[in-house]
Design a protein around this ligand. Structure first.
Ligand SMILES: NC(=O)c1ccc[n+]([C@@H]2O[C@H](COP(=O)([O-])OP(=O)(O)OC[C@H]3O[C@@H](n4cnc5c(N)ncnc54)[C@H](OP(=O)(O)O)[C@@H]3O)[C@@H](O)[C@H]2O)c1
Length: 333
């Protein structure tokens, strides 16, 4: 038996979650059986989509169960193995986060190449958030040479990668928006955006019109609400919107109305397409190949915001919903 610690869902939130919705629990794990490994988790991810899983509603992924351990992406080291495929010492990526150890079938883990990048990169730029940016801007709302591109939540995990990727794909001008002057400054200085919008500093529409006087060709929407409405008003003919996230409404307790100006899509011969990153998992090898090369040659800047220890995981999650992160928010275990 191995003793470990886990975070359980104590109660479901109404509106904004709080620390009271989580419990830190000591648990006993069985020895790994045939074809299984024991993993000591070293890093875990906290992500905005987990807010949806705290509610008891049907979605593309089942809700977290009350009184049970949460789950999500994590990386760890194999400390015991009864699998010929996955040796002791391997670094593996898997979905049993929110806990310090896990016993997993070998089919449930993927060995990560830590010569290519550090283990934690597989939870961010080389993981699903990096892939989301790649799929959004190559498949869902493809960037073409000379485009004007706007990315919202631009200093976050998806956004921080997306702005730089838009440029690599040939965009002429890349605009990022984020909350507060510090993040807005970082968008230009660190993440390579041409112009930054602090959405808390005044009218989003006016700031967008200033940053993109002739309109936008591509909008990667991480936020929804007023951001999506502002983008619809700024579309150029043939523009494309990738609906990636709608974080402004994740804590809403009432149904959120759609944008009143949705019909601008017709007037501009434009498209709005949603995406779920899982659909694009076959692109992982292609993306990891490209991104690892850019990390190695220094042409892709990334940042992490790191919380220390499993007991900080709920606070880190609450912080990502409130904008307390720059780049990918991770918990080091
Ligand atoms: N479709 C998919 O498959 C897929 C996959 C991954 C992620 N996503 C979505 O993509 C978005 C970004 O995810 P991420 O993991 O990269 O998170 P992230 O951007 O690293 O963190 C979330 C950010 O959202 C911003 N935010 C929070 N409330 C806001 C509000 N009311 N208005 C404007 N901005 C707000 C905060 O930044 P500020 O400080 O700038 O406000 C916060 O840092 C999320 O909506 C997520 O659900 C979708």
């Amino acid at each position: 038996m191995v003793t470990t610690r886990e975070i359980h869902l104590a109660s479901r939130p109404a509106g904004e979650p709080s620390p009271a919705n989580f419990d830190l629990v000591v648990a006993e794990l069985p020895e790994p059986g045939e074809g299984q490994v024991l993993v000591r988790n070293t890093w875990m991810s906290v992500d905005p989509y987990m807010r949806g899983r705290m509610d008891d509603v049907e979605s593309y992924i089942p809700p977290f169960r009350l009184g049970a351990v949460l789950e999500g992406s994590a990386v760890g080291e194999v400390v015991a193995s009864r699998s010929p495929q996955v040796p002791v010492g391997a670094t593996v990526v898997h979905f049993a986060g929110w806990r310090e150890h896990a016993v997993l079938d070998d089919a449930a883990v993927t060995v990560a190449d830590t010569d290519l990048a550090p283990a934690e990169a597989y939870l961010g730029v080389l993981g699903t958030t990096g892939l989301t940016a790649y799929a959004a801007l190559t498949e869902v709302a493809p960037v073409r040479r000379g485009d004007v591109v706007w990315i919202s939540a631009a200093a976050g995990a998806v956004g921080g990668v997306a702005g730089q990727l838009a440029r690599k794909l040939g965009a002429a001008r890349v605009i990022g928006s984020a909350g507060g002057p510090v993040k807005a400054g970082k968008l230009v200085q660190d993440f390579g955006y041409d112009a930054a919008i602090d959405y808390r500093a005044g009218s989003l529409r006016e700031q967008l019109a200033q940053a993109a006087p002739d309109g936008i060709d591509v909008y990667l929407d991480n936020v929804g609400g007023d951001h999506l409405a502002a983008a619809l008003d700024a579309l150029r003919p043939g523009a494309r919107i990738a609906m990636v996230g709608a974080i402004s409404s994740y804590n809403a307790t009432e149904p959120v109305p759609g944008p009143a100006n949705l019909f601008r899509l017709a007037a501009k011969d434009a498209s709005l397409r949603g995406m779920l990153v899982n659909t694009y998992f076959p692109l992982f090898p292609e993306w990891i190949g490209k991104a690892a090369g850019w990390l190695a040659d220094g042409s892709l800047y990334t940042e992490l915001t790191v919380a220390e220890g499993l007991e900080q995981a709920p606070a880190a999650f609450l912080d990502v919903l409130r904008g307390g992160n720059v780049g990918k928010m991770l918990v080091r275990l």
